[in-house]
Design a protein around this ligand. Structure first.
Ligand code: NAD
Length: 324
């Protein structure tokens, strides 16, 4: 089976690509590298550098493809609040343009990276897939709107469109610029022995899903049909301040916490019911928070060593270059 992964150079995409390649799938990536680079791409995958809105590039990437895992998109929530049109253009118009390229290429199976953001503030916990959709920010609105298009492409053009609503992914390889996610910021501050930036005194409840468990879900749903929506989470709500304590336990020391007060727009609590996905394909999260954090901390430690080594060898002359 030949899979096209859009956004396959990104944090989650590169893990999905690795897993696909290891499982013997042929993999092509379509990515414009706007928020990633080639470094994390598995060498066995073929990279086509291009934008999903570009029908020529998309047609080229879609040649002999059996299914698409569609992860390309902009993901920074505060940026989407400042510039909703950017998110409308890149995520929604980009995706609908890409769906049209798929239609022309006769590729009608798509797995889509959606987000728990579509639920906004939930009425009940754990959140089930039939909970009302009311995104609290333009990023979430872009995801909800793409989901609606996928339902339409299923109804009108017979697409198989599987929507995966991720909760809070974390793990090795996460280097968004800027990084707005809690775990990488907490670990980075701890390793640099700087104060941890913390909103709401860490009282928010989240469902942190380890990257390899999340990546596996994409492979497990590859043979599903129709239009189906699944939450992908651990079904466990954890207080953000408890994550910090776990990090401190693992590294064996503490750093101060920088109390940043309340951040408007944050949801107080969310965690998933993933029973639907378990029932459909037997998927379950296997890596618990302690194991996942250990692996993630090891990654950031190795990154630090790699940067120091590259600086010494003159491969990079400034830390900024490492992140470019
Ligand atoms: P990422 O920024 O690391 O990866 C996204 C990739 O998409 C990047 O490689 C970027 O270059 C590419 N891209 C963006 N716009 C593009 C375009 N128009 N054409 C081609 N390529 C384009 O983000 P990630 O964390 O790996 O997220 C992957 C997907 O999962 C995204 O769709 C995101 O919305 C979704 N998601 C992420 C999270 C999270 O916490 N990371 C949570 C829920 C959903």
């Amino acid at each position: 089976m030949h899979i096209l992964v859009t956004g396959g150079a990104g944090f989650i995409g590169s893990h999905v690509v690795k897993l696909l390649v290891n499982d013997g799938y042929k993999v092509t990536i379509l990515d414009n590298l706007v928020s990633s680079d080639k470094k994390s791409i598995d060498p066995k995958a073929k990279l086509i550098i291009g934008d999903i809105v570009d029908s020529k590039k998309s047609q080229q990437a879609l040649r002999e493809i059996d299914a698409v895992i569609h992860m390309a998109g902009l993901i920074i929530v505060p940026e989407s609040v400042k510039d909703p049109i950017k998110y409308l253009k890149n995520n929604v118009i980009g995706t609908v343009s890409f769906l049209e390229s798929m239609r022309k290429a006769n590729v009608t199976k798509i797995i889509f990276s959606s987000s728990a953001c579509v639920y906004g503030t939930p009425e009940h916990l754990p959140i089930e897939e039939d909970a009302p959709i009311h995104p609290d920010n333009p990023y979430g609105a872009s995801k909800a709107s793409i989901e609606t298009y996928l339902q339409t492409y299923n109804a009108v053009f017979g697409f198989d469109s599987i929507v995966l609503r991720y909760f809070n992914p974390y793990g090795p390889g996460e280097n968004h610029q800027p990084e707005t996610h809690a775990i990488p910021n907490f670990i980075e501050a701890t390793l640099k022995k700087r104060p941890i930036p913390l909103y709401w005194k860490g009282e928010q409840i989240r469902d942190f899903i380890y990257i390899e468990d999340l990546a596996q879900a994409h492979i497990d749903v590859l043979n599903l049909k129709g239009h189906q929506i699944f939450n992908v989470g651990t079904e466990t709500g954890v207080k953000v301040k408890d994550v910090i304590d776990e990090i401190f336990k693992i590294v064996g020391y503490k750093v101060p916490v920088d109390d940043l007060g309340r951040r408007p727009g944050d949801v107080a609590a969310n965690y998933a019911s993933s029973k639907k996905l378990a029932k459909a394909v037997g998927w379950r999260a296997k890596i618990d928070l302690n194991q996942g954090l250990r692996r993630t901390i090891d990654y950031y430690k190795s990154l630090k060593h790699q940067i120091m080594g590259d600086l010494q060898k003159g491969k990079i002359t400034h830390l900024k270059q490492f992140h470019q």
